[in-house]
Design a protein around this ligand. Structure first.
Ligand code: NDP
Length: 307
């Protein structure tokens, strides 16, 4: 069972008694995201020790009160809570190799796969530290801006999450999804994958109208509101998957939708647009129909994606 606990994104840690002083922490990595995180913790009064491979990037933060460590080992030694926001998993290995992690709580915000997170969790816990993995659902300008809705998926050590929840909630909301360290990355990549599917559809739509006297700026609100209206399908799909019945919430059945596919392909052809972004999905719809699933919704396509 997944524990899906969310704090409202907050610039002040929700539920923290006013007399509790902001907890000290260490941050490794001052790229675009690390710098945004550092700024949020400093603004909230957290004593912050930072380290970055290129030392010059720490200077603006030193001016704002951050302690700057000369080495990653020195930064890790400074505080129990160690947040890592480096480029990729290889840079985490490079930065932390040979560093004493005993007794630390390592929070790894580097984007990676579930498998990478599980491997890194074993690597870190094998060296005497607790491990939390994080998937950041935000871009740097959203960090520390609760109204923008930033949050981070966390998975791994529940004890570590509970203990540091208030500090973690400063730059972005927190959403703990379970003890399995790979889950945060899985949620993160699942959401981002859906986003790329949406980007693909939007790209195709703009490509279709581009050759005509259709103003893309005028089309944009129509496209946005249509996509928003269609998001109801997410809950319907989830309900069908949970029930194991793909005929439950059918609004427009697969047979009807496959009958419409030639219209989409011919329109693309007429407009001089490649259908390469849509064709793979249409192919799956046709395959599912060929299996005799015409009365289903589109949910059955998910079954075909298993490798
Ligand atoms: P940047 O490219 O801006 O910064 C990369 C950071 O990693 C720098 O601090 C860089 O140090 C450091 N680094 C790279 N290689 C090494 C190495 N071998 N050893 C030590 N340090 C190294 O990336 P971001 O800050 O934008 O991203 C950081 C993480 O946050 C990534 O995993 C990213 O996927 C994730 N993220 C970023 C988002 C974004 O929109 N930016 C959104 C969500 C997640 P140096 O300054 O010396 O080059």
């Amino acid at each position: 069972m997944t524990d899906n606990t969310a704090d409202a994104p907050s610039g002040t840690p929700a539920g923290t008694p006013a007399e509790t002083p902001p907890a000290p922490l260490t941050l490794l990595g001052l790229g675009a995201m690390g710098t945004a995180l550092a700024g949020a913790w400093l603004a909230a009064g957290h004593p912050l020790t930072v380290w970055n491979r290129t030392a010059a990037r720490a200077e603006p933060l030193a001016a704002k009160g951050a302690a700057v460590a000369a080495t990653a080992a020195g930064a890790v030694a400074a505080n129990r809570l160690v947040v890592v926001c480096l480029l990729d998993d290889a840079s985490v290995e490079e930065a932390l190799s040979g560093v004493d992690l005993t007794g630390r709580d390592v929070v790894n915000l580097v984007t990676g796969t579930p498998g990478t997170a599980r491997d890194r969790a074993r690597w870190v816990t094998g060296r005497g530290a607790r491990y939390l993995d994080g998937g950041i659902m935000a871009v740097p300008p959203m960090i520390g801006v609760p109204a923008a809705g930033p949050y981070v998926f966390y998975s791994g050590s529940r004890g570590s999450f509970e203990e540091h929840r208030a500090a973690l909630a400063v730059p972005a909301g927190t959403r703990y999804v379970g003890e399995d360290a790979g889950l945060a990355a899985l949620y993160d990549v699942a959401l981002l994958s859906a986003m790329y599917g949406m980007f693909a559809g939007v790209a195709h739509a703009f490509a279709l109208v581009r050759a005509e006297a259709v103003d893309p700026v005028g089309l944009a609100p129509l496209l946005s509101s249509w996509l928003t209206a269609m998001t109801g399908s997410v809950a319907a799909t989830a309900g069908e998957l949970a029930a194991g019945d793909y005929t439950r919430d059918v609004v427009s059945n697969l047979a009807m939708q496959v009958a419409g596919v030639p219209t989409f392909l011919r329109t693309a052809e007429e407009q001089g647009v490649s259908a390469e972004l849509l064709s793979p999905y249409f192919e799956l719809m046709r395959r599912r129909l060929a299996e005799g699933s015409g009365e289903e919704s589109l949910t059955g396509v998910i079954d075909l994606l298993r490798t």
